[in-house]
Design a protein. Structure first.
Ligand code: BGC
Length: 882
């Protein structure tokens, strides 16, 4: 039966907190093949029954079922909207109206903020990391129709109404370039209000805003005082409304969290609890007056989706005693989040837990790689009895925890861990006959979970956890296969643009706390705090990745000037089209670095110029896609000039590259900077460089993500699989064999004898090298987008069989629905099943010259490759393996 499976708003199934009309899209369901939409009708209503239609597109002749923008429709503030769709298809059938998707608007105009930022702290508290309470009572004496809360903080907050926490979000409002961009959250609070006296309460912690952030240990990057901003809109059945906003009439007090820091953990002293502080009727006479804090409300932006939540609950797996005599817990998974416990104790008893990632070679707790981060949770009992606790304004990166203090003996069932990260709908899945490869895929996903804590970070455990732009650049496409990154990345890209220098330079970390005014590292300051190739290029490559996976043009428009100014910055500093600038990370942590250095052997001129060309080329394509014709022409010309220069500068007349590193060859090939006459030589040289290392990579952040791609794109799929499946150091599966449950920062983070790479930079949860999962999706599963029809409107399905796998099953939920391939090897025959979403088409490409069963598809053959165009639906194809 033909139907609309679901409607999406801004690529989400639900969106609570928008200030501009979202884009619409829908997924079509049918058992038939070749479904192409002919018309659609989109309606909006203020209720589920649609008896009050406020927008009707009418019947629109259009094949578009994604990225639909509405003309002439304006949102009202604090309103719940329902959107439904029906369609007809080319063959004449039509659907009923879909189930509606819901979206909720926030405060459309910043002038609607009547509330003020209030603080229970003073500037003298600048060096304290305590949490504070704020409260206010109010009366409701009419019947409430609906009520909404809009809340945020300078710091981190939890908001309560009548004793109950509002919403399921954590670590709100997240981390942004606060003075340019501060998010607030929107909540439906209708069910939390009651007749008579009500109480609103907020607890605020230092968080990223005021706490200690950065490896230099400085605090107060954005301000010296935490503050809360909240506005409730209460609409009554009688048509009137009340606005309750944070203001000077609220009262403030210290909270039982006496210390809370992102890196160091939390100290909760239950003896300071004030029971009922967030409920009506609480005696708050001793509370203090609050002060108003100046902050520009124009920078407030509603957050729609991708909020941080407690997501997976992992029970403790094992409690054990280390050779050094420490009692430790193993959760069986390296994760980012919180330990939660239930414990029985007596008044003044103390619980102390220290979180860490790995055991050392002797099986003892290893804290050295946390550097200065304490990752410690401390709880003091108020009275005899049982308590339940998890922290609030911090997070830890850990698989293990040492129990330094506990009343009596801890029991396994009393302790569990929660992963805490931005909730992004899963979109990808992969399973094959090789359990180690499945584990690698799992590790990549958990690397994402652990490092998508409101901003894309490098690592979640040591005193860093920063939005390193290079790591996010490398991983952005992989991430967009694994989960729906749309809201997460669009939010972070606002900060990329906000924190760009006036000249267009892009900081090394976003939000940028390495700015000269807040940075005190002489070396970094003198070398340069912004604009490193492959890092800064995130400004262009991340929007490009999103364009490919979502087909979205709005993101290009939004980031356009940020992208353009980055390209212009490079052009400004290039000398005769060779770009290089101050501090460069180059092929960071590559194994061909000199002993003791993090900087790989590929020269900076080459890496920088390659990225200069690549980003310029992508920018020109994006300019063309949104009709910026002049820019498209100008930057295409620039791209050709840089590429020519690259070819002249980094290739010798005999076709060999000036830099004999794997990475030089990889980026030259992947970025298409090799002239056709030298392509074969370049590929052969790369193979030789690989053979020289006995089939191992020695690449770092720059070369690694593309290594398998350039091999499979150039007729060396076998070598690509061999590289992916290598099991000895250095390789992805070496880590898996060593028991990794996330991806490591270093190929040899832990040596075969269990000893460690230097403790100064050795994260066991760093997603960068996990970028290889993009190859798993695009090449093993063969699910790729066609650049000319992005968002998988037309996909290329080209699974590459290999790696001695018996089968591989890959799925990806595109904006149009699920794309899937499953191939099984039966001696010389490959059985392939594919699913193509409705209202999209595919080119199915196979490495074969003989198709046994084509399921009605028309394959043509050329050079050992069979190709067919396919409409939507499920197909089963049998073909001879090569
Ligand atoms: C981070 C990296 C980052 C690098 C740049 C490290 O400390 O963990 O992932 O990209 O610095 O130098």
């Amino acid at each position: 039966m033909l139907k609309i499976k679901h409607v999406k708003v801004n690529y989400q199934k639900e969106l609570v907190g928008v200030t501009s009309v979202p884009q619409f899209g829908w997924v079509i369901e049918s058992d038939d093949k070749n479904i192409i939409q002919k018309t659609y009708q989109l309606q909006l209503s203020l209720n589920h029954n649609f008896n009050n239609i406020i927008y009707d597109s009418g019947i629109v002749n259009s094949k578009e079922s994604a990225h639909i923008l509405l003309d002439n429709f304006k949102l009202e503030s604090a309103t719940k909207y329902y959107a439904r769709v029906r369609i007809t298809i080319l063959s004449g059938q039509s659907t009923d109206f879909s189930e509606p998707a819901i979206f909720v608007s926030a405060l459309i105009d910043s002038k609607e903020w009547e509330a003020s930022f209030i603080s229970a702290e003073t500037e003298q508290d600048a060096d304290l990391s305590k949490a504070t309470y704020l409260r206010k009572e109010f009366t409701i004496n009419r019947k409430v129709k609906e009520a909404w809360a809009f809340t945020t903080a300078l710091g981190l907050y939890k908001f309560y109404l009548n004793g109950q926490k509002v919403g399921e979000d954590e670590l709100t409002p997240g981390w942004t370039s606060y003075h340019n961009h501060l998010l607030y959250q929107t909540y439906d609070i209708t069910g939390l209000l009651k007749d008579g006296e009500n109480a609103a309460g907020a607890m605020i912690g230092a968080g990223w805003y005021k706490g200690k952030m950065g490896f230099m240990g400085f605090r107060n990057h954005y301000g010296k005082q935490t503050a809360f901003l909240g506005q409730l809109i209460i609409r009554y059945e009688d048509g009137t409304q009340d606005i309750i906003g944070s203001d000077e009439s609220w009262a403030g007090s210290d909270a039982p969290i006496v210390f809370s820091e992102i890196y160091d953990g939390e100290i909760y002293d239950a003896r300071l609890e004030q029971r009922g502080w967030n409920e009506a009727g609480f005696e708050a006479e001793e509370w203090n007056k609050v002060s108003l804090v100046e902050f520009d409300k124009k920078v407030l932006t509603a957050q729609g989706a991708s909020r941080v939540k407690m997501i997976d609950k992992l029970p403790a797996k094992k409690i054990f005693c280390t050779p050094e005599g420490d009692t430790c817990i193993d959760f069986g998974q390296n994760l980012t989040g919180w330990i939660s416990f239930v414990a029985k104790g007596k008044k003044d008893d103390k619980i102390e837990i220290n979180c860490f990632e790995v055991l050392d070679s002797k099986g003892n707790a290893y804290f050295d790689n946390l550097r200065a981060a304490k990752q410690t949770l401390i709880y003091y009992f108020k009275e005899d009895g049982e308590i339940e606790y998890h922290p609030s304004f911090t997070f830890q990166g850990f698989q293990y925890a040492k129990i330094t203090s506990w009343p009596g003996l801890p029991k396994l069932e009393e302790i569990s861990a929660y992963s805490v990260h931005s909730y992004l709908e899963p979109t990808g899945s992969f399973h094959c006959s090789n359990p180690d490869l499945n584990q690698l895929h799992h590790n990549v996903l958990w690397g994402l979970k652990g490092n998508f804590v409101d901003v894309p970070t490098d690592c979640p455990q040591r005193n860093e956890r920063l939005g390193w732009t290079g790591d996010a650049q490398i991983f952005s496409r992989t991430a967009s296969y694994l989960v729906n990154t749309y809201e997460f990345f669009t939010k972070w890209l606002v900060d990329v643009a906000a924190d760009q220098t006036k000249e267009g330079g892009v900081p090394h970390v976003v939000p940028d706390i390495l700015k000269p005014e807040t940075m005190h590292d002489d070396w970094l300051l003198s070398q340069g705090t912004h604009s490193a190739a492959a890092w800064a290029d995130v400004a262009v490559i991340m929007p490009w990745s999103m364009h490919l996976n979502f087909g979205d043009k709005e993101i290009i428009k939004k980031q356009y000037s940020s992208m353009k100014s980055w390209i212009n910055f490079m052009q400004e500093h290039a000398v005769e089209d060779i770009w290089n600038y101050k501090l460069q990370f180059g092929d960071w942590v590559a194994l061909d670095a000199e002993e003791g250095s993090y900087f790989g052997a590929t020269p900076n001129d080459l890496t920088c110029t390659a990225y200069y060309a690549y980003s310029t080329g992508l920018f020109a394509k994006m300019a063309a896609s949104i009709g910026e014709k002049e820019d498209a022409i100008r930057y295409t010309k620039l791209y050709h000039r840089i590429s020519d220069k690259f070819r002249k500068s980094f290739f010798k007349p005999d076709g060999t590259m000036t830099a004999q590193t794997q990475t030089a060859h990889i980026i030259a090939l992947y970025f298409d900077l090799v002239s056709e006459e030298f392509r074969q030589t370049t590929v052969e040289s790369l193979i030789k460089l690989l053979e020289k290392e006995n089939g191992h990579l020695v690449t770092g952040f720059v070369g690694t993500p593309y290594f398998c791609h350039v091999l499979s794109q150039n007729g060396h799929t076998k070598e690509a699989y061999d590289l992916l499946l290598k099991e000895d150091f250095p390789s992805w599966l070496y880590q898996v064999k060593m028991g990794a449950t996330t991806v490591w920062e270093h190929w040899d983070g832990m040596k075969p004898d269990g000893t460690m790479w230097s403790a100064d930079m050795n994260s066991f949860n760093h997603y960068a090298y996990g970028a290889v999962a993009e190859w798993i999706y695009r090449v093993v599963g063969g699910i790729d987008t066609d650049e000319n029809h992005p968002g998988f409107q037309h996909s290329i399905l080209y699974p590459h069989i290999g790696g001695e796998l018996d089968y591989a099953e890959t799925k990806y939920e595109s904006p149009y629905g699920i794309l899937a391939t499953k191939w099984e090897v039966d001696k010389n025959v490959i059985n392939l099943q594919v699913t193509i979403p409705h209202n999209t088409t595919s080119t199915i490409r196979l490495d074969t010259d003989e198709i046994f069963e084509s399921d009605g598809l028309n394959f043509s053959q050329k050079g050992g490759i069979s190709e067919a165009w396919a409409g939507s639906g499920d197909y089963t194809i049998k073909y001879k393996s090569r």
